[in-house]
Design a protein around this ligand. Structure first.
Ligand SMILES: O=C1O[C@H]([C@@H](O)CO)C(O)=C1O
Length: 542
């Protein structure tokens, strides 16, 4: 039992007794050994590690079990995986909506022995951003799967490293005269983060978002930031006054403490892309030797208007790979267009991709593909050009779709282009932001566009010169995003909207390639559904 981060007495899921889970630090080239013990009483656990390729040990990535096969209550599962790329990453529960309940943390990988980062910094801070609801995740899940539909609504609190304020103003916290509940209780979880800095130094802020829903914007009063890393990949450094960050993404920015050292400055985090009903999260940049109780003179930076999408697009369009980064292959072997729509299935509200709403099978894909268990999932290739005659600017003419669990089977090592095509949701004039996250690979972001993607016109505009490599990318309302990846990682990989309730409502697809080359599927990943232990024993004897 934890205190919830907003001083209310409620349950937060933790890892090793901590919320958020421990920040795991490693060096590129290290092998991380994980002993995952599930101490929950009622449900399984799976942990997904962003940015980890996991060749050969797919379980650790979580992918094998993005179906119902998880570490059961009371069980322990040991596994190891290699971290081969320096960067800022996140890890989180990937079973049901456990991430929303607090099952997450940071993974920070330093450069390998004798290697250097392509930028200099004197110190660093880790800011893991999330959002928080008072309603339990279980109640949220029930509401999302009910008729009539009950949406989770906007978060009550934004959290920085698991701490946030609710009904207790941050300013009051810093003044000793406050009578607010948090200060009176002296509750650790309500205390805001303070970033103590020395003047005239450069700090690396590692900023990652693990939000359930919120798209965020971060700004530091009177300071600019230079973005140098995105999702564990170096980018061509560029300066910004504020930055957008979507769920699943991580960045490193450099901040130079070149302001008046007799003052402190606010760092603010606010909601974008949805009409906000959540106060900004605030934290303090505390210049030495100024006392941390001295309030900034300047008010906190104002978050750009939630629907100023041009502002967001301009940030996304500034992100390019650092010179010398790997370039994409010049051509792709296959183009898959994924049309994102909001739909009804039997009157329930869902999201669908090419008119199929992802409902995971009870047998993990990895085992069912490897052992050709044809009845374990839908063997038909899902559609890949459903968007042809579809008007993305209007609600669906026929809003009905169906559940499915088919797999996009990719040839090993082929180059795949994915066009994520956003559309109008069920309500007129509504199209939402969706950050899409790919397991097991990085992809190049070749471009963004408005309206419907047109191969003839838009492919010519793809950036093949210096597209950024990422594992998460956003689609803007009524727009498309093009990405390219090489299917060079044998396994079964989820690709989905990182907004937790949207995945729950079916917004995802599954890619598979080279599964015949995966030889070390752990027993635990085969321990349920049709691959359950007895079945496996029988097939092994045959
Ligand atoms: O998935 C969603 O459902 C609601 C709304 O579209 C229906 O109530 C919303 O804002 C979402 O993002």
């Amino acid at each position: 039992m934890f205190w919830s981060p907003d001083c209310q007495e409620s349950v937060v899921m933790g890892i090793n007794g901590q919320f958020p889970g421990p920040t795991i630090r490693a060096q590129a080239g290290d092998t991380i050994f994980v002993q995952l013990t599930n101490k929950l009483h009622t449900e399984g656990v799976v942990i997904h590690w962003h940015g980890i390729r996991q060749r050969g040990t797919p379980w650790a990535d979580g992918t094998a079990s993005i179906s119902q096969c998880a570490i059961n209550p009371g069980e322990t599962f040991d596994y190891r995986f290699k971290v081969d790329k320096a960067g800022t990453y996140i890890y989180h529960g990937h079973y049901g909506m456990q991430r929303s309940a607090g099952l997450y943390g940071s993974l920070i990988v330093e450069v390998g022995e004798g290697e250097k980062e392509p930028f200099h910094y004197d110190g660093e801070f880790n800011l893991l951003l999330s959002d928080w609801w008072h309603q339990s995740v279980h109640d949220q899940e029930v509401g999302l799967s009910s008729k009539p539909f009950r949406w989770i609504g906007e978060p009550q609190t934004l959290l920085i490293n698991g701490r946030g304020q609710f009904n207790c103003s941050l300013a009051a916290h810093f003044s000793n005269t406050s009578t607010n509940a948090c200060t009176l209780r002296g509750d650790e979880q309500c205390a805001p983060q303070v970033l103590p800095v020395l003047p005239n130094r450069t700090y690396r802020l590692r900023i990652a978002s693990i939000t359930t829903l919120a798209s965020l914007n971060l700004a530091v009063g009177n300071h600019k930031m230079v973005v140098v890393e995105a999702d564990g990949n170096y980018v061509q450094p560029f300066e910004v006054e504020d930055m957008d960050i979507y769920s699943g993404e991580s960045y490193s920015v450099l901040l130079t403490t070149n302001q008046d050292q007799s003052k402190n400055y606010w760092i603010s985090v606010g909601v974008r892309g949805r009409k906000p009903q959540t106060p900004q999260a605030l934290t303090l940049l505390n210049y030495s030797p100024t006392s941390q109780s001295k309030l900034p003179i300047l008010p906190p930076p104002i978050t750009p208007t939630w629907n100023d999408y041009d502002h967001s697009k301009s940030f996304s369009n500034k992100i390019f790979a650092l010179m010398g980064s790997p370039k994409p292959p010049k051509n792709s072997n296959r183009q898959i267009i994924l049309l994102n729509t909001q739909n009804y299935i039997d009157g329930y509200i869902k999201w669908a991709i090419n008119n199929i709403s992802l409902l995971l099978p009870s047998t993990p894909y990895l085992g069912s593909i490897k052992y050709s268990l044809k009845s374990a999932f839908d063997n038909k290739n899902p559609p890949e050009n459903f968007a042809n005659d579809y008007d993305v600017m209007k609600p669906p003419i026929n809003p009905n779709s169906s559940n499915g669990n088919g797999v996009y089977m990719l040839g090993l090592n082929i180059t795949v282009d994915v066009i994520l095509q956003n559309a109008n949701a069920l309500a007129v004039n509504v199209s939402e932001i969706h950050p899409w996250h790919l397991h097991g690979h990085n992809f190049w972001v070749l471009g963004y566009g408005e309206g419907k993607f047109s191969a003839n016109k838009d492919e010519k505009k793809f950036n093949l010169r210096n597209p950024p490599l990422r594992n998460t990318v956003v689609i803007f309302p009524f727009g498309w995003t093009a990405l390219r990846f090489v299917a060079d990682n044998p396994g079964v990989w989820a690709f989905h909207c990182h907004i937790e309730p949207h995945l729950h409502m079916g917004m995802g697809v599954v890619f598979a390639q080279g599964v015949e080359h995966v030889n070390d599927i752990p027993d635990q990943a085969l321990a349920c559904g049709l691959t359950g232990k007895r079945f496996m024993k029988n097939t092994k004897q045959n």
